[in-house]
Design a protein around this ligand. Structure first.
Ligand code: GDP
Ligand code: MN
Length: 336
């Protein structure tokens, strides 16, 4: 996969406006959006907000990925939003299909049961392929950092400091804004599979890891907390490295992406919590962000004011009963 080969014919020329800050040094980073042609309006809305609140002053590129070819209309409308470089990539079929070791009879029975039980996306193969793709792909080799963006998300505050540079300069690997509990029915055998992996590969478990965030009994059970991966700013070298590569392969062979409905959020979060030092995981307080019904709005007044945030602090999800942020806080406090 070489996204450069997917440049639209009508992509904008690489000239930049004169009133920008392109002379700032940038990290080797990109935005990544996985979207369908039908997500056009939501894609435009997310990019517009990102540009207005952050990227028009920085100029980081975008990579848009799709399991089907982007339409000319899609590329034209989206390219018009920014002078930043934009690439449109087609995901190779082998990255987006049920592996041949999956027993389709067993998988379809699982889908039927989950759908009958009204589990969100329980009957969908495409959703499962999406989760497996987000968990396991190794595209975008030319970049080190990425910021994952979804259609229809909101950015509520000015982002004046470059989050990529922050990560780079502070030895961070994984950044989040919202943490939530996973739906139990989608991950019945995920933790046993993780436990097996830990037994096989104790060498990958970091000292000072964040096991205390995802387990309340030192690894016996999973408390279902995960970083909400529709927003991620992370170092792809972590996903490309030996620990995560072995972990993903182990989970993939187990088949839970298809026999259950393992999400990329718990998979990424468990990996980050076990294979990184806890202080390599960063909570981005200053990034006001909304996906679906839940929003993070900066609670410290000085940060909220400085960011000219358009969100209500009272509406922030951080300390909602469904939020795992309280557990993150108490985990961080317990480390002293
Ligand atoms: P949710 O956030 O878990 O409710 O799931 P979404 O429906 O928002 O999907 C997550 C991300 O994957 C979004 O960026 C979607 O645009 C993208 N996505 C989901 N399904 C597909 C698909 O079948 N094809 C493509 N190209 N993108 C998809
Ligand atoms: Mn979504």
């Amino acid at each position: 996969f070489n996204p450069a080969h997917n440049e639209p014919d009508d992509s904008p020329p690489a000239v930049f406006p004169s009133n920008n800050a392109y002379n700032q040094s940038l990290a080797n980073a990109t935005f990544v959006m996985l979207v369908r042609n039908s997500d056009l309006d939501g894609t435009i809305s997310s990019i517009r907000a990102l540009e207005d609140r952050f990227n028009s002053k920085f100029g980081y590129p975008y990579v848009l990925l799709n399991d089907e070819p982007f339409t000319t209309e899609f590329k034209r409308r989206v390219s018009a939003l920014t002078f930043s470089k934009m690439k449109f990539g087609l995901i190779p079929k082998e990255h987006w299909s049920q592996p041949d070791w999956i027993n389709e009879e067993k998988a379809s029975e699982a889908r039927k049961q989950m759908q009958a039980a009204n589990v969100k996306y329980g009957g969908s193969v495409a959703y499962r392929s999406m989760c497996r793709f987000n968990s396991g792909h190794k595209l975008l080799q030319q970049y080190k950092w990425y910021w994952r963006v979804e259609p229809n998300v909101k950015f509520y505050c000015n982002i004046d400091n470059d989050p990529f540079k922050y990560m780079e300069e502070n030895n961070k690997v994984y950044g989040f804004t919202i943490a939530v509990y996973e739906i139990p029915a989608t991950i019945r055998s995920l933790w046993p599979a993780v436990t097996d992996f830990i037994k096989e590969h104790p060498e990958y478990i970091a000292d000072d890891n964040a096991m205390g965030f995802i387990s309340d009994n030192n690894g016996l059970t999973y408390n279902r907390c995960h970083f909400w991966s529709n927003f991620e700013i992370a170092d792809m070298d972590f996903w490309r490295g030996p620990a995560y590569s072995a972990f993903f392969d182990h989970l993939d062979l187990h088949g839970g992406f298809y026999y259950e409905r393992w999400g990329d959020a718990p998979v990424h979060s468990i990996a980050a919590s076990l294979f990184l030092k806890a202080d390599q995981i960063h909570f981005f307080q200053e990034i006001g962000y909304q996906h679906d019904d839940w929003a993070h709005c900066p609670l410290p007044n000085d940060i909220w004011e400085k960011g000219q945030c358009a969100c209500s602090q009272r509406g922030s999800f951080d300390y909602d009963v469904s939020s795992c942020k309280p557990r993150w806080d108490s985990f961080i406090r317990s480390r002293g």
